[in-house]
Write a protein that binds this ligand. Structure first.
Ligand SMILES: [Fe+2]
Ligand SMILES: [Fe+2]
Length: 204
């Protein structure tokens, strides 16, 4: 397992650490792909958060939310989740099912802030995301950091339905999402320069 997949337990919020570790074990048994992705996302949030000089409290919120953002996938059928070719109906089930599941597993158990960051990871700046269709400033800085780390991790992974994407392709996809107003250009550029070796000029 490479460093992207090493768990940094010191950044899991203390008052829910046992719960988070238990749920993470459940995710691991359920889907190794979701487990490695969750740790990768959490670790990426730490790297960006430290670059942005966030305080320790915010890093802990981001890291814990990163580990738990897809915990709702536990409620999905694994055959659906790992299906090589999903229909639009399958995708709708996965999308809404996992995000509501994430809320169910976190609300009232982890701090509200952490629950919200995890619950917002598929929202888009222009209001086209889900589940709430939040817009602009309703999506906080910490939400935006988790969103880009989630996307860059997902795009960088080999999936059951496609091979690992090249950096240039990931760069193009993310830039397109910026251009249509879904993602924050600043955080996208920072993440691209940090994780997929695109030109450093992008954050100057
Ligand atoms: Fe997700
Ligand atoms: Fe994810």
């Amino acid at each position: 397992m490479n460093d992207n997949h090493c768990l940094k337990t010191e950044y899991i919020k203390e008052n829910c650490k046992d719960y988070v570790l238990t749920m993470l074990e459940r995710i691991k048994k359920f889907s190794m792909e979701t487990y490695t992705h969750s740790i990768d996302v959490a670790n990426k949030t730490l790297v960006l958060g430290k670059k942005l000089k966030l305080n320790k409290q915010d890093l802990i919120k981001l890291y814990t939310a990163g580990l738990m953002h897809d915990v709702g996938k536990l409620d999905l059928d694994i055959n659906l989740l790992e299906k090589p070719k999903c229909t639009p109906e399958d995708l709708a089930k996965i999308r809404m099912g996992h995000i509501e599941g994430t809320k169910k597993y976190l609300e009232g158990i982890v701090d509200d802030d952490i629950c919200k960051i995890a619950y917002h990871h598929h929202e888009k700046l222009n209001g086209t995301g889900y589940p709430q269709g939040l817009k602009g400033e309703q999506i906080t800085k910490l939400d935006r950091i988790l969103q880009i780390c989630d996307l860059i991790s997902a795009l960088s992974m080999q999936r059951s339905y496609r091979p690992k994407l090249e950096s240039r392709t990931i760069d193009r996809i993310l830039d397109n999402w910026v251009n249509v107003g879904e993602l924050d250009k600043f955080y996208v550029n920072l993440a691209e320069c940090t994780f997929i070796n695109v030109d450093n000029e992008k954050i100057q």
